[in-house]
Design a protein around this ligand. Structure first.
Ligand code: B4P
Length: 185
């Protein structure tokens, strides 16, 4: 089974949710750029100050900042025998930077497929429950547009490494599909 996995999918497709399950099942670290950036905002670091307004508007944080935090994270000991990247790369420039990093060989890319109506429903629900600054309808629509323009081209970039998985259903149903896809790759 591959040990260097990348999770792709639109905002709200369940990347964070599935990543936690995959990471536990395979014993590899879950590396989420969204989580690292939210932590930086909460901690009030220099990176957090730069990221806060961009994230609240649904925009990407500049590539050089995100690439630097991933590069540093991938050098840590626990990432040497595998990792699961969630939310990174987000565009072709980030994918190229990952390809020339110290850990370039991505074995498998899981693409979670979920339609727009379901995404808006999930993120509105999370916005109401958790109050995340970027989970309001206007920002979600913007994140989806950016996904189509910037992130969707990664499916072509990674070509035959991409395994598409239906992301609709219960969390357990989706995880069973992801596990099946990974076991055959
Ligand atoms: P992320 O944290 O990656 O946020 P996201 O795309 O919304 O995905 P998330 O993981 O939160 O949602 P999930 O699908 O798990 O990024 C946030 C922001 O950070 C970006 O907009 C950007 O500004 C910045 N950023 C991050 N990475 C960057 C990068 N590489 N470059 C530049 N900027 C970057 O879950 C959504 C909801 O659905 C949850 O409430 C979950 O409980 C629910 N859910 C999950 N599975 C479900 C299921 N099967 N059924 C029903 N609900 C489900």
């Amino acid at each position: 089974m591959p040990r260097r996995i990348l999770l792709l999918g639109p905002p709200g497709s369940g990347k964070g949710t599935q990543a936690a399950l995959i990471s536990k099942a395979l014993g590899i670290p879950h590396i989420s750029t969204g989580e690292m950036l939210r932590d930086a905002v909460s901690a009030g670091t220099e990176l957090g100050a730069k990221a806060e307004a961009l994230m609240a508007a649904g925009d990407f944080v500049p590539d050089d900042l995100v690439v630097a935090i991933v590069d540093e994270r991938l050098r840590q000991d626990d990432a040497q025998s595998g990792f699961l990247l969630d939310g990174f790369p987000r565009n072709v420039a980030q994918a190229e930077a990952l390809g020339s990093s110290s850990a370039p060989d991505i074995g498998t890319v899981i693409l979670l497929k979920v339609d727009t109506d379901e995404i808006v429903k999930r993120l509105m629900k999370r916005g109401a429950e958790q109050g995340r600054a970027d989970d309001n309808e206007e920002t979600v629509r913007r994140r989806l547009e950016i996904y189509q323009a910037e992130t969707a081209p990664l499916v072509e970039f990674y070509g035959s490494s991409v395994l598409a998985v239906d992301g609709i259903g219960t969390i357990d149903d989706v995880f069973a599909r992801v596990a099946l896809a990974l076991s055959g790759s």
